[in-house]
Design a protein around this ligand. Structure first.
Ligand code: SF4
Length: 353
């Protein structure tokens, strides 16, 4: 099978299995309040800190803030977990984020509400197929997105996130290096166009961002002609072309704060609205960009099904029974190899702060 076919078939199977079998938890307001109290108490008792991604449910993000943890993108989550004094990290996000936390802090216990929370980009880039792809192009520098397994990172020269991808590829291109890029084809295409670098792209995609549609976005722009359009670069090129701002989650949140507009159409996971509305203040209106799922049953549209697995019940369960079914393990030798490209990214971004 070609890499593109592997990515597409794995994505379809896993997403369908998840959507078919995962019930949406239903809690009364009283149950939510009790669960919140339990989680706050257990975090304290277990010397644990909650690190949550912008795409998790608002209630989880609020708990991270209230308990002294953090809500951030994957790069900041990794930095925060590394620098925090707690001996246990509770990572509310998807599996590659837990693995990254473990690679950066192997001496800490890293737990996740569920180890089944994965990512279509990670799934679509199996380490053995990716290694073969790299081995076929030994002259190229291997750059992988953070949304990959520890094994794929271990095969890379650099790790990047969407907030630093353009800068790092520009840096490598200026040194005359040619690139293998994996796994997100849309982000890779965007970075290639921005930098002009010679990039060979793996054919992965995010099931959430790929659903944003240019046609629907044009229709929505006609309804809100004054709105600024904010787009995450994992979206298709036709959607990116309509953007006023293209950026990572943190960059999009910053845009609503600084842009003198009253309305924003946002093409990324709607979990971001919790922090984005805080940053925007009450006078600015946020509107989700249209997807193929409008009026349909698509639960992956603008709402990552794996991020949604980090619900209150799962969070309370990991704190009550922090056993092996929740713990992230990374083989130490593999972790050391994956640490090198991660450290390059951290050093590069720290030097530019
Ligand atoms: S939103 Fe997309 S990139 Fe992010 S975790 Fe979900 S599938 Fe992966």
């Amino acid at each position: 099978m070609l890499p593109a076919e592997i990515a597409a078939s794995v994505e379809r199977e896993v997403v369908r299995a998840y959507l078919d079998h995962t019930p949406v938890p239903d809690m009364t307001p009283e149950q939510v309040a009790a669960s919140r109290r339990n989680i706050l108490r257990l975090l304290h008792e277990r010397d644990a800190v909650l690190v949550a991604h912008y795409y998790t449910a608002p209630v989880v993000q609020a708990l991270a803030e209230e308990s002294g943890g953090c809500v951030a993108d994957s790069l900041e989550m990794a930095r925060f977990g590394r620098d925090h004094g707690a001996k246990t990290l509770i990572v509310a996000g998807v599996r590659f984020m837990g693995e990254t936390a473990k690679i950066l802090t192997p001496h800490k216990t890293v737990l996740m509400p569920t180890l089944e929370a994965t990512c279509s980009l990670d799934l679509g880039c199996p380490a053995d197929a990716f290694t073969a792809f790299c081995d076929a192009h030994p002259e190229r520098t291997v750059v992988v997105y953070a949304n990959t397994s520890a094994a794929v990172k271990a095969r890379a020269d650099w790790v990047v996130t969407s907030s630093c991808a353009v800068d790092i590829i520009e840096h490598l291109d200026a040194q005359g290096e040619t690139i293998i890029w994996a796994p997100d084809k849309h982000l890779g295409d965007y970075v290639q166009k921005k930098t002009g670098a010679d990039m060979l792209l793996w054919n992965g995609s995010c099931i959430v961002h790929e659903e944003f549609k240019a046609r629907g976005l044009l229709d929505l722009k006609a309804v809100y002609p004054e709105a600024a359009v904010l787009v995450h670069p994992e979206s298709p090129a036709s959607v990116i072309e309509l953007a006023d701002v293209v950026g990572s989650t943190s960059q999009l949140i910053n845009a609503v704060k600084t842009m003198p507009r009253k309305q924003f159409i946002v093409a990324t996971d709607q979990g971001i609205f919790y922090k984005m509305q805080q940053a925007a203040g009450p006078d600015k209106e946020l509107i989700i960009a249209p997807t193929a799922g409008g009026g349909a049953t698509c639960r992956s549209c603008a709402n990552c099904p794996w991020m949604a697995m980090n619900d209150l019940q799962a969070l309370e369960a990991v704190l009550r029974n922090p056993g092996s079914q929740h713990e992230i393990h990374v083989d130490p030798a593999l972790g050391q190899r994956a640490m090198k490209p991660l450290q390059r990214m951290l050093d590069f971004t720290a030097a530019r702060r």
